[in-house]
Design a binder for this molecule. Structure first.
Ligand SMILES: Cc1cc2nc3c(=O)[nH]c(=O)nc-3n(C[C@H](O)[C@H](O)[C@H](O)COP(=O)(O)O)c2cc1C
Ligand SMILES: Nc1ncnc2c1ncn2[C@@H]1O[C@H](COP(=O)(O)OP(=O)(O)O)[C@@H](O)[C@H]1O
Length: 310
């Protein structure tokens, strides 16, 4: 899949461009449905399956205090989009000027003149441009004017809930990772390089690889059964998300003790997939009591993962 960052680097014309529009944080089942539809329509016509997206998340620019922690890093988003059969992603720089564009100018300048779009696929609640003025009916009207078709993908519901990035975010914040998996069509995971912690792990007999939590949505505090992917190999592990109250720390950490693993991996990328939450984080009266609990957690995690089919 080709990734073009910045509209000025786009080079066309491409055969029969079919384009999905949106931010697509989390690449949940609703997004996946849109991408699969784009690929199906485009490839039936020897066209190009495309996604037009932007970075950073619009709220980072428009209302930074309201910007949510993201469910996917840019790289992860690109990998997930590629898995749905998309050929090319154009990622615009989202800045104030981009946000101020009138919907008509965006459609004419970027979609029509630059990309030469022939068909657009959007979710049922899509709106774009300044103040979300670019509603679906407006997009369809422009389609008639500029000669492109608009396809609308219906909302999908799981367990009575609309599939949306914000609902998945809520589930993750609550630690409901098994439900989140149903909405994502995959395990929720966080990625990042292993950073230094307080070095207590080795001392108490359970070294834990700490991940940087500043850029991602971490699951709610607690202890989790996880799968860890390191260097294309998969391991089981027990993760703790929290503030380590036993040691009176005030910084959120996401850390994982990887089973049957004995390597120094500072600075190296890990993916941690959350399979199930087993308990909340607690304050223990001593390190010995915490160690006894961690031993129990590891047994619990092992029995959960042994029964789990991956
Ligand atoms: C499976 C597991 C469960 C944990 N549960 C708790 C807990 O309930 N309360 C707590 O204060 N710390 C808990 N911890 C975190 C330890 O306090 C932490 O691993 C230790 O402080 C090492 O931190 P460091 O990597 O910064 O050295 C847990 C760690 C693991 C691996
Ligand atoms: N089984 C393991 N699980 C996690 N990390 C391990 C393991 N074995 C060795 N390590 C290494 O030990 C480091 C964690 O040790 P720890 O004392 O908890 O230090 P820190 O406080 O820096 O996280 C990890 O970052 C990794 O490099």
């Amino acid at each position: 899949m080709k990734i073009v960052r910045g509209t000025k680097h786009f080079s066309g014309p491409l055969p029969h461009p079919v384009v999905a529009l949106g931010n697509f944080d989390g690449v949940h089942l609703g997004h996946q449905l849109i991408f699969r539809q784009v690929a199906e329509i485009a490839h039936a016509k020897q066209g190009t399956a495309m996604v037009f997206t932007f970075e950073p998340h619009p709220l980072k620019i428009l209302a930074p205090e309201k910007a949510p922690p993201l469910l996917t890093t840019f790289r992860q988003k690109m990998e997930l989009i590629e898995q749905c059969g998309i050929d090319e992603v154009v990622c615009a720089d989202f800045n104030q000027q981009f946000a101020d564009q009138r919907p008509r100018d965006f459609a004419k300048d970027i979609l029509v003149d630059l990309i030469g779009v022939k068909e657009i696929v959007v979710g049922f609640d899509y709106a774009f441009g300044r103040g979300r003025e670019g509603t679906l009916s407006y997009l369809k009207k422009m389609g008639e004017e500029f000669g492109f078709d608009v396809h609308v993908v219906d909302e999908i519901k799981i367990n009575g809930h609309r599939v949306s990035s914000s609902y998945v975010r809520e589930l993750i914040e609550d630690g409901r990772v098994e439900e989140a998996r149903q909405f994502l069509g995959r395990y929720y995971s966080i990625h990042g390089p292993v950073v230094h912690g307080y070095k207590t792990g080795q001392r108490i007999g359970f070294p834990t690889a700490n991940l940087d939590t500043s850029k991602v949505q971490t699951p709610g505090t607690g202890v989790y059964a996880v799968r860890v992917i390191h260097n294309q190999k998969e391991y089981n592990g027990a993760a703790n998300i929290g503030f380590n109250p036993t040691f009176h720390r005030d910084r959120l950490s996401a850390e994982v003790h990887i089973f049957d693993f004995h390597q120094e991996i500072y600075g190296i990328d890990l993916e941690v997939q959350f399979i199930a939450r087993i308990r909340g984080e607690k304050e223990f009266a001593s390190a010995e009591e915490l160690v006894a609990q961690i031993n129990e957690d590891i047994e619990t995690v092992k029995s959960i993962l042994a029964r789990h089919t991956f």
